[in-house]
Design a binder for this molecule. Structure first.
Ligand SMILES: Cc1cc2nc3c(=O)[nH]c(=O)nc-3n(C[C@H](O)[C@H](O)[C@H](O)COP(=O)(O)OP(=O)(O)OC[C@H]3O[C@@H](n4cnc5c(N)ncnc54)[C@H](O)[C@@H]3O)c2cc1C
Length: 458
């Protein structure tokens, strides 16, 4: 029987996996329980507004995600790109220069407004110490501890490192893994100007990757079932059977690309996975809240994205400057605690914007529309020692993919895509099938670019 591969979950991990398998001419079917593809990075329609379930940001170091998009012919214009920057109104403007490493950061630090010389030296000290140990810590600890050991100034901690840690790991510095934070710094700000570039979607998240991935899969004759929930996986002599599969087929391989909390129900028939289920049940999660506020007449922020050093909203995005409707702002609360109701969250967010604009002597109107979306299990809590399984499971040909699968990265789109590719490549290796070329049609051109310097997105 020729291999038939099932992928459960149409998030970024599942779709990356399916595309890679289809590129290697394997037969693959994706099952997604929701009507919309994209999982935790998807579009939602509310009161006639097309918004994302959460404001996302990519960086140049997302090499596999960007490579997949390039393969799928997603236009780079769909991402607003800009050298790494942090703008805290009235307090800090730090922006990397478009120069080769390490000048991009050195010049950025020199030019930064709002940093003292002590802050600049402290930043260089942290990066130098991390470089000296090749970004491998002698035992993991919290990010706060790492910042203390490397004598970071209060200003640098509160305006730069702690907000970056929260944004990248979705875990407060006091609990976040210093090793994972070091990995992120290694591959972004410490790597090169292009790796640290900030890329903000100008189209909705489903349009950015899941739709092009699905179009590619259907052109290759593969199937993507939406609104199709798989309830449980079992195995008989013909292969894996998926309860909920409208075709009631048998699959030679199954990739579970759901959230980790959904794996135990799906795998309850497999006694070999008892330990894995218990370990997955222990994973702690962090929430993310996104507050959308629409203003008419439109409000415009001084930058497409700003940070706040205090208050509820850590980052505020001006969707109007990012390809969206003018006047629509998105405020992000990472590692969002319980506490405020949706109404109070929207009121507080508006009050913070009032204060921000009042500092410029501008009175703002009440928002004409607001929406608060909280994803309770946005990411796993990226703490030292948190359990992250490998892709292979003790059940032959049953694999895991998802942002929580073991990797250098915290729970991110890049982590999800990489895990999907890894699951696909494991299957291809087992089948003795040559993996598809890294670059697709423009392979020769891109190879030349690779040899002549870092591969850039655009
Ligand atoms: C609000 C928010 C903001 C974020 N911000 C960023 C950011 O700025 N940058 C960044 O890189 N990352 C960010 N992330 C993290 C990123 O979105 C996730 O890491 C990534 O989307 C996870 O993808 P995944 O494919 O591993 O899992 P998921 O997206 O959870 O995909 C799993 C899919 O499986 C489906 N499914 C589950 N059970 C079944 C079943 N039984 N049958 C069929 N289908 C099933 C689900 O519906 C879902 O579509 C953010 C996440 C959130 C929630």
């Amino acid at each position: 029987m020729s291999p038939q591969i099932a992928v459960i979950g149409g998030g970024w991990a599942g779709l990356a996996c399916a595309v890679e398998l289809a590129r290697a001419e394997q037969s693959v079917a994706v099952f997604e329980s929701a009507q919309v593809l994209g999982g935790r990075a998807r579009v939602v329609e509310k009161d006639g507004w097309r918004i994302d379930n959460g404001q996302h940001l990519l960086i140049g170091a997302y090499t596999e995600t960007l490579r997949m998009m390039r393969l799928l012919k997603v236009s780079p214009k769909r991402l607003y790109s800009r050298p790494f920057f942090i703008h805290v109104p009235g307090e800090l403007h730090l922006e990397a220069a478009r120069l080769p490493a390490p000048l991009h950061l050195a010049v950025g630090l020199l030019r930064a407004k709002g940093l003292t010389w002590a802050d600049r030296f402290a930043a260089i000290r942290l990066l130098r110490e991390l470089k000296a140990c090749r970004f491998v810590l002698n035992g993991d600890c919290s990010v706060s501890e790492l910042l203390r050991r490397t004598q970071q100034t209060t200003r640098l901690r509160t305006l730069v490192w702690e907000p970056l840690c929260l944004a990248a790991l979705n875990t407060p510095a006091a609990r976040a893994s210093a090793q994972v934070f070091a990995n992120v710094l290694r591959d972004s700000v410490a790597a090169s100007a292009s790796a640290s570039e900030m890329l903000i979607p100008k189209v909705d998240l489903t349009e950015l990757f899941p739709v092009p991935a699905t179009l590619y899969l259907s052109r290759q004759g593969q199937t993507v079932h939406t609104a199709t929930s798989i309830r449980r996986i079992s195995r008989d002599e013909y292969g894996f059977a998926l309860e909920g599969d409208p075709w009631d087929r048998r699959y030679s391989h199954t990739v579970i690309a759901t959230g980790p909390w959904q794996v135990p129900t799906l795998t309850q028939d497999f006694s070999e996975l008892e330990r894995l289920r218990a370990q997955l049940a222990e994973i702690p999660y962090e929430a993310i809240t996104t507050v959308y506020l629409a203003y008419d007449p439109p409000l415009a922020l001084p930058q497409p994205m700003i940070a706040q050093s205090e208050g509820l909203l850590q980052w505020i995005f001006d969707r109007g400057q990012l390809g969206g409707p003018s006047g629509l702002l998105a405020g992000v609360v990472s590692a969002a605690g319980k506490g405020l109701s949706r109404e109070d969250t929207a009121l507080q967010a508006h009050a913070e914007l009032e204060k921000l604009f009042a500092a410029q002597h501008v009175r703002i109107p009440a928002p004409v529309w607001s929406k608060v979306i909280t994803e309770k299990r946005a990411t796993f809590a990226c703490e030292p020692g948190v359990f992250r399984p490998i892709s292979r499971t003790p059940v032959k040909n049953l694999l895991l993919a998802g942002d929580y699968v073991a990797s250098d990265y915290p729970a991110t789109l890049e982590g999800a895509v990489r895990s999907g590719l890894e699951a696909a490549r494991t299957i291809l290796r087992d089948l003795g099938v040559k993996p598809p070329s890294l670059f697709g049609l423009d392979e020769d051109l891109l190879r030349v670019q690779c040899l002549s310097g870092p591969l850039r997105w655009s």
